[in-house]
Design a protein around this ligand. Structure first.
Ligand code: NAD
Length: 510
């Protein structure tokens, strides 16, 4: 691991403030990044203070003047090279994601692959920043709309996807002509610094001035609050908990800025008697246990027909029993630790609350001890029996707890239970009955931003617009036309006649 860290430039005391091509002598507090695997310190970061924040944002504002004048396909070419550089470092960077975040190796590398895919996607998009043309109601006039760069974009990311979420935003913002100011989670600063070092080399080779890709690592007062209150940052894209998002939304709205919010999920799957149950079990075990239940798209609720409840829950328990829990760097381990002991305590509390509300733990939920288990927060994933009206099933507990909720009769009833939570990110149905599937995907069905049939809730592809409704915040990122949020729209009318006709038939002669 030492060699990996050296290759990624994660050595000595690192600076938490950078402008892409250079790093500041940051003056904030010293932050230690420890591994959830064994609690050992990986490296130390000198955080940005208020002065460092100011230096970085000034550079970003200056860089905007330059970057917006670089033709979009040329910006795309630089993003292509960033993608190539990430490809070269995929294994090392993936290992660092595992070390700092605790997700298993395949997931760490998968996250880096997502960044590479995002770069590829953005390169193509850089030639497709299309606007409509319209027919004017006035003779000899032309109307069209176009998309211009917006300005520096603030990107706030969560610990659980420490690099991919940055790429969803940054790759698109870059081709759109916007500098990026990244505030990563203080729990996972090293993966962020490593990405910035890799991208920084590409920027240098291309003589991109400093300020196009920036990073500021620091606490709420010195950095977080400054960023969301800063009128020089027209768009804040924030990923994290609902509480954080509510505060960011209100603050940015107070200055009439724009937000993209990617907040908590409480994702449900309906399993009907017509489902292919083998498929459903595999999707649910991966969706609920993968990343130790710490994905925004983690499967948290199964709405299960009462006639298949007993057999299905027994099969699920058998699947859970096969999940190897341990050091996520080791081959064959499917579930690593939770991010910290607080997360394990939150999980225990949720199980207690569930029992006090009449629910039952069917399997798991123990905090493991002995050997490596003593050095981090290792738990067994948990399956519970619950009902749709229990308050606890309406909360996102960021841990591997799965609630099995029986429904009695109809698909309508299952959909009602499914939608009866405040969050609205990802959802799925397992059924081979066309009517049930179509109803779930219709406007009468799932109220989430993502709705799937016969695949699980977890593991969205970057090609689609990613995001959710209700308390999940309504933002959309990565694919489809999500790029539009990073640009400003302008409607233009050109009069090529010798007359001055007014719209709506108004006559205003002078
Ligand atoms: P968190 O809300 O604790 O922190 C997220 C980020 O917000 C961090 O960088 C944090 O420093 C920052 N932040 C907190 N308060 C701030 C403030 N006042 N001003 C500026 N920044 C502030 O979340 P977390 O524990 O890191 O991540 C887990 C949560 O993120 C879960 O709820 C999960 O569902 C959600 N999440 C959502 C998505 C999505 O796309 N919908 C993706 C990943 C994670």
């Amino acid at each position: 691991m030492k060699e990996i860290l050296e290759r990624l430039g994660i050595t000595g005391e690192l600076s938490g403030a950078g402008t892409g091509t250079s790093w500041l002598d940051a003056r904030g507090d010293l932050l230690e990044s420890t591994s959830p695997i064994d609690g050992k310190t990986i490296a130390k970061v000198r955080c940005a203070d208020a002065g460092d924040y100011e230096t970085v944002v000034k550079k970003a504002v200056e860089a905007f003047d330059h970057w917006r004048m670089v033709p979009a396909p040329k910006r795309g070419e630089i993003v292509r090279q960033i993608g190539e550089a990430l490809r070269e470092h995929k294994k090392d960077l993936g290992a660092l994601v595992t070390l700092e975040n605790g997700k298993i190796r395949a997931e760490g590398e998968g996250e880096v692959q997502e960044m590479i895919d995002m770069a590829d996607f953005a390169v193509g998009q850089s030639r497709m920043l299309y606007g409509f043309t319209m027919h004017s109601e006035r003779p000899e006039h032309r109307m069209y709309e176009q998309w211009h760069p917006l300005g520096p974009v603030g990107v706030i990311t969560a610990f659980n996807f420490p690099v991919a979420v940055w790429a969803w935003n940054a790759m698109i913002a870059l081709i759109a002509g916007d500098p990026v100011v990244w505030k990563p989670s203080s729990t996972t600063p090293l993966t962020a610094i490593a990405c910035m070092k890799i991208a920084g080399e590409v920027l240098k080779e291309n003589d991109v001035p400093e300020g196009v890709l920036n990073i500021v690592i620091g606490d709420r007062q010195q950095v977080g609050e400054r960023l969301i209150n800063d009128p020089r940052i027209p768009l804040i894209s924030a990923t994290g908990s609902v509480n954080m998002g509510r505060h960011v939304a209100q603050t940015v709205a107070g200055r009439l800025g724009k937000t993209i919010l990617e907040l908590g999920g409480n994702n449900g799957i309906i399993v009907t008697p017509d489902a292919d149950l083998d498929l459903a079990v595999r999707a649910i075990v991966f969706g609920a246990v993968g990343t130790a239940g710490q994905r925004c798209t983690t499967t948290r609720r199964i709405i299960l027909h009462k006639n298949i409840f007993q057999d299905f829950s027994e099969t699920l328990v058998k699947g859970y029993q096969q999940v190897k829990i341990g050091d996520p760097l080791e081959e064959g381990v499917l579930m690593g630790p939770l991010i910290n002991r607080e997360a394990a305590e939150t999980m225990q509390k949720a199980m207690e609350t569930l029992k006090s509300q009449g629910g039952k733990v069917l399997y798991g939920g123990e905090v493991l001890s002995g050997g490596i288990y003593d050095k981090g927060a290792y738990v067994t994933p948990c399956i519970c029996e619950a009902s749709a009206d229990m308050e606890i099933v309406k909360e996102e507990t960021f841990a591997p707890i799965l609630y099995l909720i029986p429904y009695e009769k109809t698909i309508e009833e299952a959909i009602e239970y499914h939608n009866a939570v405040p969050q609205g990110l990802s959802s799925a149905i397992f059924s081979q009955n066309l009517r049930e599937v179509e109803m779930f995907l219709s406007h009468r069905g799932s109220d989430c931003g993502i709705a799937n049939a016969n695949i699980g809730t977890s593991g969205a592809e970057i090609g689609g617009a990613f995001g959710g409704e209700k308390e999940t915040g309504g933002g959309r990122e990565s694919g489809s036309d999500a790029w539009k949020a990073y640009m400003r729209r302008q409607t233009c009318t050109i009069n090529w006649s010798k007359e001055m006709p007014l719209a709506q038939g108004i006559v205003f002669d002078i």
